[in-house]
Design a protein around this ligand. Structure first.
Ligand code: AN0
Ligand code: CP
Length: 315
């Protein structure tokens, strides 16, 4: 694998999941693979899990790790070609990325959408330019539209816990007070559409995701209908894709309750974290046997390690 920016970069998804599970059982087996290799992790937004799990994954593979909070410690980057840079941006991405590519063998980048201009965000201009100018393999640590490291960890968690060959998986929208990216939801959807699951999406009117990520999913606007016989419920807020970046509702009846799990197949409840308790998900679920969130977060490490290992094997 050269870059890891979406499920399309993965040649064989189940092999990658198996590789992660092998690493989970034997974390240091490949500790010489990354010897004398450096990974740079560049954050334009906050992070807890992604930062620490990717760092730890690289250390387990013997790599040297450099982390930079670009938004706070770096120069403001310009992305527009031919820009006359007499305003707030200090350095062009073509210069900055090319410099970082000389210091690193692999670079991980987190860059959220601005949620103002849909076309701009969905063009993934920042990521594409970063990849073009840095000249080394790039791992998405969440881009404007996707979060593949999270989705791989989610698929690992489902693979480890599923009780039926083809579980029913429901991605449900949840309320939130801030407009959030669609990235986690888009990404989970595109991975689930390629996995052996019966995949449903439940969201209020006006919150349909971009159809390109939900090809064979059943999309409904009634959460209770979707939850019947569900084995997994993935809870996530996203702002509207249709009325781009807007919050159309914060209807608390979309927050999952234990009562609503009664029609499910003792469903496991998933969330990528960070979660706003009692807004997106209730304490009673997060602190119950239904919650899979800590296992997901734990699996971020093995997901990242499988991805880095796969890239190291090609460079
Ligand atoms: C981010 C999001 O929804 O994309 C990151 C999740 C991993 N969440 C927040 O900003 C709260
Ligand atoms: N789930 C996730 O990506 O968490 P962080 O934003 O803390 O990295």
């Amino acid at each position: 694998m050269r870059n890891f920016t979406s499920v399309s970069d993965v040649e064989n998804i189940s092999k990658l999941v198996q590789s992660a599970l092998e690493l989970k059982a034997n974390p240091y087996k490949y500790k010489h693979l990354g010897e004398n290799k450096t990974i740079g992790l560049i954050f334009l937004n906050p992070s807890l899990r992604t930062r620490l799990s990717t760092q730890k994954a690289a250390l387990n593979l013997g790599m040297t790790v450099m982390v930079m909070n670009m938004d706070k410690e770096g120069w403001a980057l310009e992305t527009q070609d031919g820009a006359i840079m007499n305003h707030t941006t200090v350095e062009h991405i073509k210069d900055a990325a090319a410099v970082m590519g000389q210091y690193c063998d692999i670079i991980g980048v987190r860059s959220f959408p601005k949620l103002v201009d849909r076309e701009e965000d969905y063009s993934e201009d920042f990521f594409n330019k970063f990849i073009k100018y840095c000249g080394v393999p790039v791992i998405s640590l969440e881009s404007a539209t996707l979060h593949p490291c999270q989705s791989l960890a989610d698929l690992i968690s489902i693979t480890e816990t599923k009780k039926t060959a083809k579980p029913k998986v429901v991605l449900t929208w949840a309320p939130h007070i801030k407009p959030l990216p669609q990235a986690v939801a888009n990404s989970f959807a595109e991975w689930m559409c390629k996995a052996d699951v019966d995949f449903w999406v439940a969201n209020p009117e006006g919150y349909n995701l971009d159809t390109k990520y939900i090809s064979n999913a059943k999309v409904v606007h009634n959460q209770e209908d979707a939850l019947k016989n569900a084995d997994y419920i993935y809870v996530k807020n996203w702002s509207s894709y249709e009325q781009y970046g807007k919050i159309l509702t914060t209807d608390p009846s979309w927050m999952l309750t234990l009562e609503r799990l009664k029609t499910t197949n003792q469903a496991k409840v998933m969330h990528c974290l960070p979660v706003r308790r009692n807004v997106e998900l209730s304490d009673e679920i997060l602190d119950s046997e239904h919650a899979l969130v800590q296992q997901q977060a734990g699996n971020r490490l093995w997901a990242a390690q499988a991805v880095i290992k796969s890239i190291l094997e090609t460079i």
